[in-house]
Design a protein around this ligand. Sequence first.
Ligand code: NDP
Ligand code: 8X3
Length: 290
Amino acid sequence: MVYKVAVCKENIRGYPVIEFVQLLNQSFFIQLVLISGMNNIVLITGATSGIGLACARKFAAAGYQLIITGRRKDRLVDLQQELQQTYANRVLPLVFDVQDRQAVEHNLNNLPEEWRAVDILINNAGLAAGRDSFEAADLNDWETMLNTNVHGLLYVTKAIIPQMVERKTGHIINMGSVAGKEVYEKGNVYCASKFAVDAISKAMRIDLLKYNIKVTAIHPGAVETEFALVRFKGDEAKAASTYTGIKPLSGDDIADTIFYCSQLPPHVCINDLVITCTQQAGTYYFNKTA
Ligand code: NDP
Ligand code: 8X3
């Protein structure tokens, strides 16, 4: 028999409740399902694939209500149905391109009343377009990366923070990259966009300090998602070669890490977290197997 036990968020973030439930579990052989995020709202940009999709599943499993965004409506609708059927969460899919300031503002400034109090914003939508030497790279690719990874993140954040400021609570989690810590050959503007995310995260943390808003930047190394396929514009062989000889991180690895950061007690904030697979150190050192 499965009993669903709803635990208020103040309690679940304190370990005693978890220990209490584990004790119950062991003593009375009762299978309990914790609903740690019940009533909390998480907004995840770029939830149609990879890290964002893994985050959506992770937070849904913990009972969060989810706002999921991306450009591919069919995937968002499928995900909404999957999460609602599996976990009975409320899920709001929003289809927009983060590069389009008007579309971002239209969608996020007109959220239904019950969706306005976003507790956690995961600024994940992003991409690399091309991997070319500076002189050969395509200006359109550069614009796409800057418009998505930097401007898009800013548009979304500006739309979401007013209610966090007003409520004096909230957690913003920005998706950086090891590419935002070290420049590598042919990484040029992708690296620049992630250096910008790093700087913006630091700036947010300082300016939003007075409002009790946590800001965490996550900087992964190679994660096997659709990222490489997008970067190499559908060239599957090139995309696959990104991960040859290593066991890369998975979207789930990053979702687990983000979830951990989001569950810490109110007085604890992980500022900056670099995470790679064990066979990677920084952006250019790999211990590849033959
Ligand atoms: P995926 O390509 O699998 O996912 C990218 C997501 O971003 C998709 O859901 C996509 O949705 C969304 N997205 C891209 N452009 C836009 C746009 N203009 N408007 C709205 N949504 C957009 O890649 P990952 O999951 O790997 O990437 C997620 C983040 O992680 C990115 O910011 C990336 O830079 C970062 N990262 C990735 C690493 C990796 O090795 N994979 C390592 C370090 C950081 P849709 O196409 O439906 O719009
Ligand atoms: C993605 C990681 O090293 O391909 O941000 O730039 S890398």
